[in-house]
Design a protein around this ligand. Structure first.
Ligand code: ZN
Length: 259
């Protein structure tokens, strides 16, 4: 994104933080040395745990001087995500940002307690999370949707000229999501992928033993679109396997223009 911005043609200021959790970056692990999750430690505290102090620092140095926020994520460990924007679509300003990003999927929801998104939204600052791909992997298709989305959102905010931006493809909106969990431990044979539409109770794969026997079919818990799935072939009973965005609705261009 930074390489595609020309500061001479920029209205406003971009605060780019490529790595928020420096410990996580060095150790290639989401959790801090004190075993806390930074993205469940917001808004933090100047006298609290290491995680709380890092969160507080970020709130003071970055959030407090910002008018809009984009939080760029991958799926968590051993999971991959369809490129998607998560945001509070009931807030008109945030909805406008979420749609302007132009990712193929926009998912409404309240942010988890302690997350950066939640703490930023609480300050009245429109914020969107872009989720795409797997941790520790470069997924070029997902990255380019993210880069284009950040630039498109900046154009929508009047920070840059977006007349040469690629048009986003169709956007689908969902307000509810569910995980399908493994009914037993074993070797997973997934038969669906990111972006696939599934019907309620549709077969989406199977879990079998090491010799391929005792195969138990997996069925989708709801109709919808697959927005994430495990990337591991070995699963335990109860593991989250497939993430479904329920009741997907196309966002019509007319609405987007008005957004
Ligand atoms: Zn995330």
């Amino acid at each position: 994104v930074l390489r595609r911005l020309d500061s001479n043609e920029l209205a406003g200021c971009v605060l780019a933080v490529p790595i928020v959790n420096v410990f996580g970056f060095i150790h290639q692990d989401r959790y801090l040395p004190d075993r806390r999750d930074l993205n469940r430690s917001f808004p933090g505290s100047a006298t609290g745990s290491l995680a709380a102090r890092m969160a507080k620092l970020f709130m003071r140095e970055v959030v407090a001087v910002s008018t809009h926020g984009i939080d760029l994520h991958t799926g968590s460990n051993h999971r991959t995500n369809l490129p998607q924007v998560r945001a509070d679509l009931d807030d008109p300003q945030t909805r406008r940002c979420a749609l302007a990003f132009g990712a193929p999927m926009v998912i409404h929801g309240e942010a988890p307690a302690g997350s950066l998104r939640k703490a930023v939204a609480k300050k009245g600052i429109p914020v969107v999370v872009f989720e795409a791909g797997e941790p520790l992997r470069f997924d070029e298709a997902a990255i380019s949707i993210g880069v284009d989305g950040v630039l498109r959102l900046m154009a929508a905010l009047g920070m840059r000229d977006g007349s040469a931006d690629p048009l986003p493809g169709p956007i689908v909106e969902s307000r509810k999501r569910s995980w399908v969990r493994a009914r037993r431990s074993g070797i997973l044979r997934l038969e669906v992928g990111l972006g696939d539409s599934v019907r309620d109770r549709q077969r989406i794969g199977s879990i079998e033993d090491v010799l391929g026997g005792n195969s138990v079919p997996m069925r989708s818990s709801h109709a919808g679109i697959i927005i994430g799935h495990t990337a591991k072939p070995l699963v335990y009973q109860g593991d989250a396997i497939v993430h479904i965005a329920r009741n997907p609705q196309p966002v019509v261009w007319d609405n987007l223009a008005k957004a």
